[in-house]
Design a binder for this molecule. Structure first.
Ligand SMILES: Nc1nc2c(c(=O)[nH]1)N[C@H]1C(S)=C(S)[C@@H](COP(=O)(O)O)O[C@H]1N2
Ligand SMILES: [Mo]
Length: 304
C-alpha cells in the first residue's frame, strides 16, 4: 500500500506491500464479498487506509495456527482444540458504572456499528510479531453504545470461561477468568479496535472469536480474546498476567524496544512465517496515535 504522506508509524517504502498485490487481494476479497452477499452472509468491510501497516501481511496459515490462548493450553498449537468454543449464541454483559447495565447479543451489537478492515501489526511480549487484516469496529463506538458514567476511569474485558471447551481452565495455577483492561482515555483512542473478523471471515476461535480486542501499541497479552463481559469501574483492575507475575507484566504494557523484559531483550521481533528478525519500534510504531496518552503518566511503569 503506497501512501502519499508517511507518518512516524509507517515503515520505509522498501518494506511496503506492492500496490498491485494489495489491489489483487482487495479484488479477491470484493469478489468473496459479492459471493457472501448472494449467500446471505455479512458483506466485506472496506480497508481503512489510515491504518496501513507498512509491512507485508503474515500468511494466514501462520496467524491462525500459532496462537496464545491459555484457556486451551499453554502451547502455540490450540487451533484445532479451540474449534470447540461455540461462537453462537454469544452475548456480552455490560456491567458496572454505566447508565444502563445490560446484556447484549453480538448480532444486535453488530447492527449498531460501522465496520471496517484495519491492517495492524501485533507484537507479542515474547518477541514474535504478525501483521494481519482485522475487521471490526472502533471501541469508541462501543463506548457510545454502553454509555459509561463520567466517573468511570477504567474499562475491563473478560474472556469466556467454558470449562467443557477450554481444558486450560482446570489448571489452578492461573487466575481465571482472563481479564484485561484500559484506562478510559486509552479506550477512547482511535486505535482501540473491537475485532469480529480476520481476512474477511469471522475471526476464528483460536484468534479470539467471535469478539476480541486489538490494541496494536501494546504487548499482545493486553488484547483479550472471546470477550463475554465489559465492566466500567473507577478502580484499576488486576489484569491476568500482572496477577501471575507482577515483576514481569504490568497494567500499561506499551511496546518499547529500549525496555527489556527481565528475561529477554525487546529490541527486535521475529516475524511469523519468515522468521525474519526486525527492529521493534516504540509503541510498536503507533506513537503518533498514542504517545500523548502517556505525557501525564511518566511516573508509571508504562513499558512492562
Ligand atoms: N483470553 C485470552 N486472551 C489472550 C490470550 C490468552 O491466553 N487468553 N493471549 C494473549 C497473547 S499473549 C497474545 S500475543 C494474543 C495472541 O493473539 P493471536 O493468537 O490472535 O495471535 O492474544 C492475547 N489474548
Ligand atoms: Mo503475547
Amino acid at each position: 500500500m503506497l501512501i502519499a504522506r508517511r507518518r512516524g508509524w509507517e515503515i520505509p517504502e522498501s518494506r511496503v506491500t506492492p500496490e498491485s498485490a494489495m489491489l489483487n487481494r482487495r479484488g479477491l476479497l470484493a469478489a468473496a464479498g459479492a459471493l457472501s452477499i448472494a449467500g446471505g452472509l455479512k458483506a466485506y468491510a472496506e480497508p481503512n487506509p489510515k491504518f496501513a501497516a507498512g509491512r507485508d501481511l503474515t500468511e494466514e496459515k501462520y496467524a491462525t495456527t500459532y496462537n496464545n490462548y491459555y484457556e486451551f493450553n499453554d502451547s502455540k498449537s490450540v487451533s484445532k482444540e479451540a474449534q470447540a468454543l461455540s461462537q453462537r449464541p454469544w452475548t456480552i454483559k455490560l456491567e458496572g458504572m454505566l447508565k444502563d447495565p445490560r446484556t447484549i447479543d453480538i448480532d444486535d451489537l453488530m447492527k449498531q456499528v460501522q465496520t471496517e478492515e484495519r491492517i495492524y501489526r501485533h507484537r507479542c511480549v515474547e518477541a514474535w510479531a504478525m501483521t494481519v487484516p482485522w475487521t471490526g469496529f472502533s471501541l469508541a463506538q462501543l463506548l457510545k453504545i454502553a454509555e459509561p458514567l463520567g466517573s468511570a476511569t477504567y474499562v475491563v474485558f473478560e474472556t469466556a470461561s467454558d470449562k467443557t471447551a477450554m481444558p486450560g481452565l482446570n489448571s489452578p495455577f492461573y487466575p481465571w477468568p482472563y481479564q484485561e483492561g484500559l484506562a478510559m482515555d486509552e479506550a477512547a483512542n482511535d486505535l482501540a479496535f473491537m475485532v469480529t473478523g480476520l481476512w474477511g471471515k469471522p475471526v476464528p476461535p483460536q484468534n479470539g472469536g467471535p469478539l476480541r480486542i486489538a490494541l496494536p501499541w501494546k504487548y499482545g497479552f493486553k488484547s483479550a480474546k472471546s470477550i463475554v463481559k465489559i465492566t466500567f469501574t473507577d478502580k484499576r483492575p488486576k489484569t491476568f498476567w500482572e496477577g501471575i507475575q507482577p515483576s514481569e507484566y504490568g497494567f500499561w504494557a506499551n511496546v518499547n524496544p529500549a525496555v527489556s523484559h527481565p528475561r529477554w531483550s525487546q529490541a527486535r521481533e521475529r516475524l511469523l512465517g519468515s522468521n525474519e528478525m526486525v527492529p521493534t519500534q516504540i509503541y510498536n510504531g503507533y506513537g503518533d496515535f498514542v504517545a500523548g496518552l502517556y505525557e501525564g503518566r511518566k511516573s508509571e511503569k508504562l513499558f512492562m
